[in-house]
Structures are given as C-alpha cells and as structure tokens.
Write a protein that binds this ligand. Sequence first.
Ligand code: ADP
Ligand code: MG
Length: 603
Amino acid sequence: MIQQGNISVSTENIFPIIKKFLYSDHDIFLRELISNAVDATQKLQTLSRIGDVKGEIGETKIEILLDEKAETITIRDKGLGMTAEEINKYINQVAFSGAKEFVEKYNDKLDQNQIIGHFGLGFYSAFMVASKVEIITKSFKDEPASKWTCDGSTSYTIEENPRTERGTDIILYINEDSKEFLETTRIQDILNKFCKFLPVEIEYDGKVVNNPNPIWKKKPSELKTEDYENFYNELYPYSEPPLFWIHLNVELPFILNGILYFPKVKPDVEPQRNKIQLYCNQVFVTDDVKDVVPEFLMLLHGIIDSPDIPLNVSRSYLQGDARVKQVNQYISRKVADKLDEMFRNERDVYENKWGSINLFVKYGMVSDEKFADKARKFCLLTDIEDKNFTIDEYIEKVKPLQSDKDNKVVLLYTSDATKQHTYIYNVQRKGYSVLNLGGPLDNHFIQHIETKVENITLKRVDADTLNKLIDKGEDNVSILSAEDEKKLKELFESKIANATYKVETKALDADDDFVTITKPEFEQRMKTMSQMGGMSFYGAFPDTYNVQLNTNHELATSILNNTNEEEVSKLLMQSVDLAKLSQGILTGQELTNFIKRSAELLK
Ligand code: ADP
Ligand code: MG
C-alpha cells in the first residue's frame, strides 16, 4: 500500500531557500547524513546496553556507497532504524519544521559567510545535492520496513518495503548541478574533512576512513608522549614534532576536550594560522576558531571538541556568548599553568624551547592582562650571550652597574646584534649587559614591560640618552677649553649641518669613540613600528640623529691644532663617515666617497 502525503509546512517550497543559504557549503550534506547514521548507531548501542534491544547487535559499520552509473550516493547504517510512524514524526513533521524554523529565524540577519555550522538543518540538507531522496529503513522493533520517497517538492510517498535487516539506507539521486559529488576523490575529501574522528567506523571504497577513538577523548593518564606525537603526525603529516602540548579535559562548567600543540616556530617562516580544528562530539565543524581560542594562541595546532559551543549561530553572536568567553578564558589559563609548570619543573628544557615559545608568551602578555600577570614569572629575557633570565632575575643582576640617577634600572637592548655591533662592543667594554630583543613582537613587548615593571627603562644600545642614563652623574672633565669645544662643534657643523644631524660635544673617556651617531629612543621605536606595518604616520617623519663629539679624544686636539685646511676637512669627513658606518647609514654616494678617501689616506 502506498501512502501519500504533504510535508507539513506552510512555506510552499522550502528547498530553494535551503539551497540558497547553504550554497557555499554544499558538502555538509554528507556530514549531516553521516552524523544521523552515527546517532542511529549509538542510540542502538545504548538501547542494547540497557536491555531494550535483545540479542547481539552485530557489527555496526556505516557504509558510504557511490554508484556512478545510477548517479546515486547511499549512506547505509545498521542503527536503530525507523518505523513508518517514526518517519512521519521525525522526517515529515519535526525535521522539516526544524529546517523551516531555522530559515525563518535567521532569514533577515543571515549572512551565509557568517554561519559556522548548520546543525539543525540535518536531513533536509540532502536536497542541496539531490533531486530525489529515498529512505529505506527497518526499525529494530518488530515492524515491517518502509520506503520513503521525496523529489524535493513538499509531497512525499511512503510504502512498505521487503527489507529485513535492521538499519537505514539513505539514497540520494544526485542532481545535475552536483555531479562533482559522484567523483570518488571528492567524496574522499569530504570524509577526510568532516568524518576523520567520528565515533563509529565509516567505510568507503572498501576502507575504514576514520579513527573512532581519537586520543583527545582518552584520559591524559592513559597516554604516553609517543601517543601525542603520533596523533600530531596523523593531523599534520610531515611536520616537525611539536614542542609540547596541553590536554584539555573538563566537564564543568562546560564540556571541553582537546589537545593543543605548540608547534616549532621557525624564525624565517610565517607561522600558520587556522590549524586548530573545532569538533562537536567528534564531528568536524570548522577550522576557524576565532573567539573560542584566545587571539594570541591562534598559532597553536590541534583539536578542540565541545558540545557546548553554539554552532548554528552567526559570528557576531558567538563573540558575545558567555559560554564561548568562558572556554576562551579557560584555555588561556590552562596554557599559562602549563608554561608555569614546565618552567618550574624543567627549567633547562623550557629554556631550550624558549626560542619558539617566546612568541606566544610575549603575544599573550601584550594582549591579555591576566595572562601577563602570570607570565611575569616565566617570561624570559635573553642576553646577547644567550643566557636566559626572568625579568626579576635580570633586574637584580644588572642593578648594581646599570642604575641611573633616579635609581631606575636601565636595561640595554639590541634589535640587531650584527648591525649594532660597534655600540654593543662599546657598552660591553664598560661591563654593561645587553639584551637581545629583535623579535617581531619585541617592540610591543618592550613597551609592555616598561609600563608594567616600575623602576626600569629600556634603551637601545645606539640610543642618544645612553651616556646620561648610565653614568651616575659625574661627568668627565673636558680637556678642551669651552672655546675650543665651541670651535670643534662649529667645524663639524660646517660639514654636516642640516636638519638631520644635530652636533653636540661631550667629555667621554679618552678611549671612547671620537664621533658617535645616535638616534632618539622614541624615534627609533616609532620607526620600527612603522616598518612593521602599523603607524605609517610616523614613517613620514624624516630621520634625525645626534652626532656626539668626544672632546677627550686625541683626534679632537689634533684637528684643532691642524692648520692645513684640506687635511682637517678630510679628517672631519672621515670621522663622521666612520660613525655613520657603525650606525649603518653610510650608503650611496657617501659610501663611495668614503671608500675613495680611505684609499687615498692609505697612500
Ligand atoms: P537531528 O539529527 O538534529 O535530529 P535531522 O534532520 O538530521 O535532525 O534528523 C531528524 C530525525 O530523523 C532524527 O532525529 C532521527 O530521529 C531521524 N533520522 C534521521 N536519519 C536517521 C537514520 N539514519 N536512522 C534513524 N533515524 C534517523
Ligand atoms: Mg541530524
């Protein structure tokens, strides 16, 4: 007996609407149908466990069958099946009204790019790719099998079917526009994307395509290092082993499982984002985990699985969601705890990894206050001898020698130990310590610790205020008279006077360099910022430099005493050019002139 009916919705034809909304994401039909098959299988297993299903349930593999000739895809499960009455209830009424509700609810505010999951649309997503869908199903209950057919209009037929084995076949007759889904590789790709870790075995093309027991569902105590590394390899084949990982495992106040890996960061390779996958009960949802994972941890790799993150809503909603915020904060806290633990228990291991970890820690510190407070204990400063210190340790170490008049501790740093070599050499000669802070985030980091840690100030080794800051007050006595100092200054000004260079004299030690070119710390930072992309406004400013003349240097006296104008001119230019050379700003015609002049002086 064939029964006919109309699917109970008021909208004339809902399918065009479904198609429109899910246009960009057609491949989720397979995820939805396989999820239903998994649900049906797990429900059967539960019923069997509690004794509602008698006898052995046998193997429960789900099969995906592709028939290129008939142009069909079949999703076959051995789950609990449906009686005719249940089809009526769950397919004809409930599910469809669910789809309708979804569309009505989001009709106006829905931007399809904003939807991150479409859970709830479920079964009817089949019509995105199929012109006709059949359900042949036999319930575990002692009732005849049924066949339901629908061609994408709102009418369907339902009839008895001779099928005897328990379970459900969903048969999709693929439509003209969706022929791509009849290709084996396309199906394989979709399975690989959505079904890799579904909890029931899925077979396609004679092979099981998923790992039903991924390690994130297991207890950390059951797992060894090897297990975590193998799993990482399974997720990201051919990549270098991770530095370490964090196994997330909470039930309250929300359920969250997962593993977050810290990848090795190579200095010259742009780290990859979007390597964290979000799952809902082992079903892949998205690899865009913005908001769920703190921004500074977006470079981590791994898996997050939570049934508690709302999936079928828009981005802007997600952002304000209290649950999502809690998850985000939980992850941030977990990461801080893990780093703290590693630092305390295995400091040498931690230090070895610092080259890669520091990017996360510094990013975390500048962007997340709570994290910053915790990280103060395990954030390291590395000096140019490659020794590591916590911020407090370092301050203690350098305090005796590097405090200024106001008792502020001056932390000296270099942004490029090769280019600023002369300056480093000069301060090291006086026993000062220099930090290496030339990483991509260090500019922000420097600003951060300056505001967070009282009583310190950071100066780049070639900054203008360096001398004033470190020698505690007593200036050297100049061996030149005030008149001679003025004369020396004017001599230099006559050679290089312009808006860029400001000449000043200072009584330094006799063995300090004769001419030193420095740059105001503030300008230096602005320049680095604008080079990094932000604050392009400052990039438009011309560079300014201080040219500092050491009045106690032998050359000062010999220039003043020299009456040969041509020789004096050469000496002045040569001294300035040497200073420019160590600042890295001697280029172009000036460089050529310098080389020619040097060769002549050698004669
Ligand atoms: P949801 O899965 O969110 O409930 P769906 O539209 O995907 O919504 O499915 C509607 C209902 O149809 C399911 O809840 C289930 O009762 C029934 N159903 C769908 N597929 C199957 C299946 N393969 N076996 C048994 N029941 C199914
Ligand atoms: Mg479903």
